[in-house]
Design a protein. Structure first.
Lengths: 136, 122
């Protein structure tokens, strides 16, 4: 695992294993919290996105990378979870509920999913709730 | 970075009068890395021989769909189920997002849940 966290940007590369869900969630919560954002929904969205990658992206492979990136854009936080796995394919053996993307779409102001045989990328934009004060 | 989040799961049995309830309490974070611990508790001998299940999630600081899946397994396996969590908690937030609040028998305290289980509701 390698991490490079700057004041305004978040960058974390993770292996495809369950503990990476925890690591990514804690990292994004710390990063978003430093800007004054409510972290609960952002952490949940990232937990779902990284969990999807761990479970689905690397079938029959034990190597790969899940990338977590974040940056500020105006009054928004943009968080990207991407992987170099096999892309989205039907998985009848999935242990999940298939709720990940559905939940993310309810948590983020905007979501974009790109998937092909080179991997999957989930781009999430979070707006600062109107009641929150500006962060550093 | 952080290792596995701590999730403590305990099981005990409480009498409901003629029946017994398994009381499973979770404390910590429930995600892909830890949900299996809760699932294991559900499948334990203490749970299997109980007539009802009380799942106390009051001290859960985080839960995602991995944990929701375990709750749904509990709903399938325990017709007499009570789930306890606090108002405004991460558990309530997830249930709300997943449109599960009306489908899960929810209570605010173990006492309230035990009383409902003893009365046969749920």
């Amino acid at each position: 695992m390698s991490a490079a966290s700057a004041a305004s940007e978040l960058a974390l590369d993770l292996p495809p294993r369950p503990s990476s869900v925890t690591s990514a969630r804690h990292a994004v919560a710390q990063w978003a919290g430093a800007f004054g954002y409510a972290t609960g929904d952002i952490a949940l969205a990232v937990s779902e996105a990284v969990g999807n990658a761990v479970v689905h992206a690397f079938k029959d492979r034990d190597r790969g990378t899940i990338r977590l990136r974040g940056h500020r854009r105006d009054e928004h936080l943009v968080v990207v979870v991407s992987d170099d796995g096999i892309g989205m394919t039907p998985n009848l053996d999935s242990p999940g509920l298939g709720m990940g993307i559905s939940l993310i779409s309810k948590l983020a102001a905007e979501v974009r999913v790109d998937s092909n045989e080179g991997g999957t990328s989930i781009v999430m934009r979070f707006a600062r709730p109107a009641s929150e004060s500006a962060g550093p | 970075m952080s290792p596995k989040p701590p999730l403590e799961v305990t099981i005990e049995t409480r009498s409901l009068g003629q029946d017994d309830a398994a009381v499973i309490r979770a404390k910590g974070e429930i995600d892909l890395a830890t949900a299996e611990r809760l699932a294991t508790a559900l499948a334990s001998p203490a749970s299997a021989k109980a007539n009802a299940l009380l799942l106390d999630l009051t001290k859960v600081r985080f839960i995602d769909s991995s944990g929701l899946r375990v709750v749904m397994v509990a709903m399938r396996d325990f017709p007499r189920l009570a789930v306890v969590f606090a108002e405004g908690s991460p558990v309530e937030r997830l249930f709300e997002l997943a449109q599960m609040l009306d489908r899960v028998p929810c209570f605010r305290s173990e006492e309230e849940a035990i009383a409902a289980l003893m009365d046969g509701h749920p």
